[in-house]
Design a protein around this ligand. Structure first.
Ligand SMILES: Cc1ncc(COP(=O)(O)O)c(C=O)c1O
Length: 402
């Protein structure tokens, strides 16, 4: 008897689903001789392995089978309460009932898009913006309204003009206000209330994605956009990935409008029933001692700061004058523009041969219309490897650009 063989008749949306450049590149970086500024990896040697192991033992002793059973879709109450408390510490009026625990904030991006987007709807975002978000949104076949951004984040005047002219209006604005991926830029304090007010005036809700807000080098974290907004105007995504470890896949979504929250919870139910209660309890058992978490975050901040300094010092020493970069005061990335007419996708081919990789800038622009930028990750490597990698990159740039 014949069995069905490909070609399959796949959904139209898969045409838009391209493998992420970054994930593809991580394959190259399996080679230990290659120095990678490409991935967005936290420093693995800082992961609190012993403390998470102890947390896991406590969970098994105290909860046993309950941690291994099916659970509620919106997340275990203890962890939701911890999220609300932590945000309240930053001056945001949030309750445990507003919180949904997700499988990484990547799932928050997917769920939000799932409840908002039909094919042909418009999403407004910074230009450039996080590739993984564009990838998550792409499954729902939207168009993009890319709004000009500068060293201080999205430009309010450009946002006002873009939203005023947009027809149809975007379903939402997607923003990464702190140490943005890919640029490392932060939305200026004085722009925050302005951006919230502009969106409110145009009836456009904001999806605030904040994985890096706590990874600050020189100051206290700034209050999220959520703190400037009336109820329901901003949905906030936070994550344990950069604070603790991404392998736990523990993240949270704050949705103060409970009608919207119910829709998102229902969408999550269809996607995965619920996030793992086991990892939620382990994460909670690790973070509930605030002083332990704060001590860990201090080490992360100091280490990444030293690595940023190593990278900017190496760039100053190795790069010709047409290469420019910013000096972010937090997060894991900086952004360099190469100049001299060099396309960073071409540079990438040379750099791989010289044993160093980065992420070329083009995929971060929804229109894929700028090829002079590159994202450099500084968190994953010790300073001496950073110096060696930038020296290799400098040779590749000089080879192409003179
Ligand atoms: C801006 C941004 N949003 C979301 C994510 C996904 O993070 P998570 O590990 O919480 O899924 C990342 C990861 O790098 C990111 O940079």
């Amino acid at each position: 008897m014949d069995i069905l063989v490909p070609p399959y008749r796949l959904a139209r949306r898969v045409e838009r689903l391209k493998p992420s450049t970054i994930r593809e590149m991580l394959k190259v970086t399996q080679n230990p001789d290659v120095i990678s500024f490409g991935g967005g990896l936290p420093a693995a040697e800082l992961f609190p392995v012993a403390d998470v192991s102890a947390a896991q033992d406590r969970v098994m002793r105290a909860r046993g089978a309950a941690a291994l059973q099916y659970s509620v879709t919106d997340g275990v109450p203890e962890l939701r309460a911890w999220v609300a408390n932590r945000l309240r510490r930053d001056g945001v009026a949030v309750h445990a009932d507003d919180v949904i625990i997700t499988n990484g904030s990547q799932q928050g991006l997917d769920l939000y898009a799932r409840v908002f987007l039909d094919p042909g709807d418009v999403v407004a975002l910074e230009n450039p913006s996080y590739l993984g978000a564009i990838q998550a949104f792409d499954a729902f076949e939207p168009d993009y309204l890319a709004v000009a951004s500068d060293a201080h984040g999205i430009v309010p005047e450009a946002l006002e003009t873009a939203l005023g002219a947009a027809d149809p209006k975007p379903k939402f604005l997607y923003l990464i206000p702190n140490y943005q991926n890919p640029t490392g830029n932060t939305l200026a304090l004085e722009r925050r209330a302005q951006v919230v007010a502009i969106c409110a005036r145009h009836g456009v809700p904001i999806l605030e994605d904040d994985p890096y807000g706590e990874i600050t080098f020189a100051r206290e974290p700034w209050p999220p956009l959520l703190s400037h907004a009336s109820q329901g105007a901003v949905t906030y995504l936070g994550t344990g990935s950069k604070m603790v470890a991404p392998g736990l896949r523990v993240a949270w979504m704050v949705v103060t409008d409970h009608a919207l929250r119910e829709r998102i919870v229902t969408a999550k139910q269809g996607a995965d029933l619920h996030s793992s209660p086991y990892t939620q309890y382990v994460f909670h058992a690790y973070v509930e001692d605030g002083s332990r978490l704060d001590a860990h975050l201090d080490v992360v901040r100091a280490t990444y700061r030293a690595r940023r300094d190593a990278m900017t010092a190496a760039l100053a020493a190795e790069m010709p004058a047409h290469v420019r970069w910013n000096v972010p005061d937090g997060g894991m990335f900086l952004w360099a523009t190469v100049g001299a007419g060099i396309d960073t996708e071409v540079l990438f081919e040379h750099a791989v041969r010289d044993g160093v990789v980065f992420v070329p800038g083009r995929p971060f622009y929804p229109a894929k219309d700028r090829g002079d930028g590159m994202r450099l990750n500084f968190s994953a490597m010790p300073p001496e490897r950073i110096a060696e990698g930038i020296a290799r990159l400098g040779r590749a740039v000089r080879h192409l650009g003179g």
